[in-house]
Design a binder for this molecule. Structure first.
Ligand SMILES: [Zn+2]
Length: 253
């Protein structure tokens, strides 16, 4: 029987049993998968440098698909993104994007695009493009691919272009005018016109233009506050990677 092989981006790796590793990874063909790398803790040869979170690899899976669990036979490293790993801020942005891509990896027709978006974001972070701007731009792009596209263009009550003071409704995932906010389902978060315009632009741009956007610090922080609350509201939990980002951004320098 022939092995199946797939491009993959490693999301998480943890110990499993005595000698094995359990690996969550994202693929363009099957979305997010979980696989067991047998004896990978004792013999790393079959998976040389492949079992690091964020690595872009090719995994060889056992011939038959395990419905919930794949068996990884070996791996080959394609890209390890070493520069990204040396910079805590870039690493923090990459970790959030990878966690979101892994959680929102549906519907199946979007798997390929979600994989490509995450791979591109990691490549841009590796090249040294600013994480402060890439993170909100790629987050809104990924949310759209995963079926959580925020409705930014029209007010959810009057249908017109939303007029300030702007409010973002977490349950509705959309914008409301100041004048319409009493009819908007809460919780509501404020959004400045500057941040709103940048997010709207990021949502409208094709993926290969996202790296041109620049989010100044106030707009970045306001956008990320909304994404964090929006994801918490809809996923029912906080992203693990977000506390790392917050810690890195509080640190002096
Ligand atoms: Zn309105």
């Amino acid at each position: 029987m022939t092995e199946r092989q797939t491009p993959a981006i490693v999301l998480t790796v943890r110990e499993y049993g005595e000698a094995d590793l359990m690996v969550n990874f994202l693929t363009p063909g099957y979305g997010p998968l979980t696989g067991i790398a047998k004896h990978a803790r004792k013999s790393r040869r079959r998976f040389a440098h492949c079992l690091e979170p964020l690595s872009r690899v090719v995994f060889f899976l056992s011939p038959r698909s395990g419905r919930d669990l794949e068996f990884l036979q070996k791996g080959e490293l394609v890209k390890s993104f070493p520069a990204l790993r040396r910079d805590l801020k870039r690493l923090g942005a990459a970790a959030i994007l990878a966690e979101v891509a892994g959680l929102l990896a549906g519907p199946p027709e979007a798997y390929e695009e979600i994989f490509a978006a995450l791979e591109e974001a990691l490549g841009l972070l590796e090249q040294g493009l600013p994480p402060d701007s890439l993170l909100p731009a790629f987050l809104i792009h990924l949310l759209g691919l995963g079926g959580y596209r925020p409705r930014l263009h029209h007010c959810g009550v009057c249908g017109a272009e939303p007029a300030p003071p702007l409010a973002f409704s977490l349950p509705r995932g959309g914008m409301f005018c100041g004048a319409c906010r009493s009819q908007a389902p809460g919780p509501l978060l404020p959004l400045s016109p500057g941040a709103w315009k940048l997010l709207r632009l990021a949502q409208d741009l094709p993926r290969d233009k996202l790296s041109r956007l620049r989010f100044p610090a106030p707009q970045r922080d306001q956008s990320l506050t909304i994404f964090k609350a929006f994801l918490r509201y809809h996923l029912g939990k906080d992203l693990k990677s977000w506390s790392f980002w917050d810690k890195v951004n509080r640190a002096p320098g």
